[in-house]
Design a protein around this ligand. Structure first.
Ligand SMILES: Cc1cc2nc3c(=O)[nH]c(=O)nc-3n(C[C@H](O)[C@H](O)[C@H](O)COP(=O)(O)O)c2cc1C
Length: 383
């Protein structure tokens, strides 16, 4: 896929600024915010940037290749698109836009249970290459139905999330009364009037819905209230009893996302999972928690040989991807960066954001004389 980016927005920060101007405040607040005082959110980005890597300028360099083998597939780059709920609220049709861009660039796209496009539609766009993230339903028959749909759609990887035992305390969402569709308070209406592009696109694509969950949402409860739907439809806390039957049922690769301590990583290994994503949900759940890169410090040395260790939370650039891989992750995911891209640039946003990240990472690898992604850890400056 040809790398293409608009020179007006050469960084994820530029995309964030543009996105802020282009979508209503309640949608931007949902995307951009962390929880409580945003301490964990800020630590994620700040502490990744404390990681330093060294160049070897005088070594012979035969070229850098960022292709990465993961779960038997060779991806074109060591990063993927993390699952994000309510995507269509931030930009209409955004799951489809991002899935298509991921497919064309040969990187993984992960569909959230509570995104606004269906497992089947995303599988069609990605020719069965997209991954699916499951929030564990309260009812076993809903769990089975979703898992069977993901298997029929040929999803190669199923991700279970363990860091949402309860929904994070998020002041922005509380203030805006986040709902689907957005509650029509005077404040929200005024925000929509100020964003004609978003409003027209939303009219064109129709009201965003939790399409995957529509067949199972209890009668009498509509999807106006995210918190209520989450509470009544999903079990929240994950445990050994809930993971075991899924391991038995799912024939593809199974990954646990939201790992932030050694004890949980240990359980993932014991239950025969294929991978873990060290993550704190982008700082949206536990404001008093560690940054994701810090959690990695304890987890990677112990578990790297036993299970595939990946990381997300706080990554905003090619250098950040290089830093995270240097710290020992085998693969990385980004959530907000891609959503900023689509909210800023619509249809072009997926390709644009992937192109920026690939170009930046290529530059870092060439600069430091690193030929393959696995060698990035040899460039880490230990402290
Ligand atoms: C707006 C938003 C919605 C999210 N929704 C989900 C979700 O439905 N399922 C999930 O597993 N993670 C969800 N996440 C977490 C992301 O998958 C990922 O862990 C996080 O965005 C990584 O941090 P970053 O945004 O700093 O890259 C969401 C994150 C954001 C920002």
């Amino acid at each position: 896929m040809e790398l293409q980016y608009n020179p007006k927005y050469p960084s994820v920060d530029d995309l964030r600024e543009k996105a802020k101007k282009r979508i209503p405040g309640f949608a931007f607040g949902y995307l951009d915010g962390g929880c409580n005082e945003d301490v964990n959110l800020m630590k994620n980005t700040a502490e990744i940037r404390d990681v330093e890597i060294k160049p070897f300028y005088l070594r012979k360099h035969l070229g850098s290749d960022m292709r990465t083998k993961l779960f038997g597939h060779v991806y074109d780059a060591p990063f993927g698109i993390a699952p994000v709920g309510l995507q269509g609220l931030m930009w209409p049709n955004s799951p489809e836009i991002l899935a298509k861009a991921a497919f064309e660039h040969n990187i993984p796209f992960v569909l959230s249970t509570v995104s606004t496009s269906s497992i089947e539609r995303i599988s069609e766009i990605t020719e069965g290459k997209a991954w699916f993230q499951l929030y564990h339903p309260t009812e076993d028959n809903i769990r089975d139905a979703l898992i069977n749909r993901a298997a029929e759609a040929q999803c190669p990887v199923l991700i279970l999330v363990c860091d949402v035992p309860t929904l994070g305390y998020r002041p922005r969402e509380i203030r805006s009364g986040l709902a689907m569709p957005p509650r029509m308070s005077l404040k929200n209406i005024l925000q929509i009037f100020g964003k004609p592009n978003w409003a027209l696109q939303t009219l064109h694509y129709g009201r965003p819905q939790f399409v995957n969950m529509l067949p199972y949402i209890p009668k009498g409860l509509n999807i106006r209230n995210l918190g209520k739907v989450m509470d009544s439809t999903f079990a929240g806390r994950l445990n050994e009893e809930k993971i075991k039957p899924i391991r038995d049922m799912w024939k593809g690769k199974l990954v646990l996302k939201g790992i932030a301590c050694e004890e949980d990583a240990e359980m993932a290994v014991r239950l025969g999972l294929d991978g873990i994503i060290v993550s704190n949900h982008g700082g949206r759940q536990l404001d008093a928690g560690q940054s994701s890169i810090k959690s990695m410090e304890a987890i990677t040395p112990k578990f790297k040989e036993k299970i595939t260790v990946m990381m997300d939370s706080g990554i905003r650039s090619g250098p950040d991807i290089a830093r995270t891989l240097a710290k020992g992750a085998e693969f990385t995911f980004l959530g907000r960066a891609f959503m900023y891209g689509v909210a800023a640039l619509g249809k072009a946003g997926g390709n644009h954001t992937i192109s920026i990240l690939k170009t930046q990472l290529q530059q870092v690898m060439d600069q430091i004389c690193c030929e393959k992604v696995e060698d990035l850890s040899k460039h880490l400056i230990s402290k």
